[in-house]
Design a protein around this ligand. Structure first.
Ligand code: NAD
Ligand code: G6P
Ligand code: MN
Length: 442
């Protein structure tokens, strides 16, 4: 790694999240000493929209940075310092099935939770393992910052496959999305808030929220949520399904007033209610394909046709792009800033298994993520998280061992399913739908 000549590659360059990352990179280019930026994708057609937009943006804003987009692994991975990874194996057509098959069987159909997350997890693992091997073939010290979902399953699987690799960091933007939303409700700046948080990815709780003076604002926040509800910071840009999802935080705080949960906890606490509110003929995948995807690609194309990126709004969530770029900057310059990310438990929460991948506050720097101790958690949370850990672990083992029995155990344990006969019906349909993506389960 040459600290003064940084090369960054975004894997999944054709994602609609890429423009937000590009925008954040233009702001951090000096701090990161950015010399070369490469977008890599296996789908050239898809990546071209974003690639051409990025080329124009970098020509306009930072012509000194070499910008490329490619489908060539060597060009993407050779001598790279930071990989930002966000791939979706099977694309949106498979996300649609992940959401619809469980809903048709009467249980939660969601991208990362329940049976949908299970199907997606097994698909992601194969490509993610191949990707890490490819990267290590060309760049053994590159930092791999991974957003690919379901991050909990991906993180557990990668940790098992690459035991000694200390430069893979799995991250999720939802804690930051929630923090900026909380700051808006409290009338302050998210940068001034110091959270305490524990859980697994997409299954966690804010337990404290300190301001600069050291006062815990969580009690005040909970009161405000109970009085006025909970909404994302960028509510006017969000589709209805996300507004409904944020709104349910109020119910969770009313039922379990101790902490403020991640929005994702609702799929496990209210599986019947969630299922009743989701439409098996039109899911989030359809909403994204009809909305965000069309909007971002056509805005990119328009900008390229007009020869300028000015006046084209292609970013749909600033916090997402900023998080991954800030984390790279924090590692690069050893800034030791605190982020909520995924790490192996190893006693952070002593009454959860050592090898669980927990999501907690960590100081980030050139040593990677150094977690803050959490301590023992209470029975309710321990029960929920142990159950989810067992589900995640069995999912990963089902993948590595090609085990039908472990897959069935995983789905049966999942709180969104519970019934083993239902789990078997869903599993058999998912096996059929994922032919060519999954290993054979025997
Ligand atoms: P998308 O399908 O729009 O984009 C993913 C891109 O990856 C596509 O262009 C696809 O062609 C490409 N791709 C697929 N397999 C690949 C491979 N093996 N190598 C290289 N490129 C490959 O999906 P999206 O909605 O933009 O999401 C991308 C990923 O980011 C998903 O896994 C999503 O769940 C995840 N995500 C995670 C977070 C988080 O908080 N962790 C936030 C947002 C998105
Ligand atoms: C949040 C989560 C991500 C998830 C994304 C889905 O940001 O943290 O893990 O991928 O939402 O958003 P979408 O708009 O694609 O449903
Ligand atoms: Mn996430």
């Amino acid at each position: 790694m040459n600290k003064n000549k940084t090369k960054i590659t975004i894997v999944g360059g054709g994602s609609t999240w890429t423009p937000g990352i590009l925008k954040a990179l233009t702001r951090y280019k000096e701090s990161l000493s950015l010399k070369e930026l490469v977008l890599f994708d296996t789908n050239a057609e898809r990546q071209k929209h974003i690639g051409e937009f990025g080329k124009l943006l970098f020509k306009e804003v930072c012509p000194e940075v070499v910008f490329k987009y490619t489908t060539d692994k060597e060009e993407a991975y050779r001598d790279v310092d930071y990989i930002f990874c966000q791939i979706r194996t099977g694309g949106y057509p498979m996300r649609e099935l992940d959401e619809k098959i469980p809903l048709e069987e009467g249980v939660v159909g969601q991208e990362t939770c329940g049976a949908g997350g299970f199907a997606y997890g097994i698909r992601s693992l194969k490509d993610m393992i191949e990707m890490v091997k490819d990267i290590r073939n060309f760049s053994k010290d590159a930092w791999i910052l991974n957003y690919t979902n379901p991050a909990a399953i991906v993180a557990y699987g990668l940790t098992k496959e690459f035991k000694d690799d200390k430069r893979i960091l799995n991250i999720c933007d939802q804690p930051i999305n929630m923090l900026v939303s909380m700051a808006k409700i409290l009338g302050g700046d998210a940068q001034t808030l110091v959270p305490e948080y524990f859980g697994l990815n997409h299954f966690g709780w804010f337990t404290k929220l300190y301001n600069r003076e050291g006062k815990d604002l969580l009690p005040e926040l909970k009161e405000k949520i109970l009085e006025h509800g909970f909404a994302p910071k960028d509510a006017e840009q969000r589709d209805k399904s996300w507004l409904d999802t944020y709104a349910l935080v109020e119910d969770m705080v009313r039922d379990f007033p101790e902490y403020v949960p991640s929005t994702y906890v609702q799929y496990y606490l209210y599986p019947e209610y969630k299922t009743s509110k989701l439409d098996p003929t039109f899911t989030r995948a359809n909403e994204v394909m009809n909305g965000r995807e069309k909007r971002v690609f056509s805005e990119c194309d328009d900008a390229v046709a007009q020869g300028t990126t000015l006046g084209h709004n292609v970013v749909h969530n600033d916090a997402h792009g900023e998080m991954i770029v800030e984390i790279a900057d924090t590692i690069h310059n050893n800034k030791e800033k605190t982020y909520i990310v995924m790490v192996e438990n190893n006693g952070i929460i002593p009454n959860l298994p050592e090898d669980a991948i927990v999501e907690v506050a960590c100081v980030l720097g050139n040593r990677g993520a150094v977690p803050f101790h959490v301590g023992e958690i209470d029975t309710f949370y321990k029960g929920l998280l142990e159950n989810q850990y067992a589900y995640e672990r069995l999912t990963v083992e089902a993948f590595f061992e090609g085990s039908y029995t472990k897959a069935l155990q995983a789905l049966t344990l999942n709180r969104t399913i519970v019934d083993a006969k239902k789990a078997r019906r869903i599993l058999d349909r998912l096996i059929e739908a994922n032919k060519g993506y999954w290993p054979e389960l025997k």
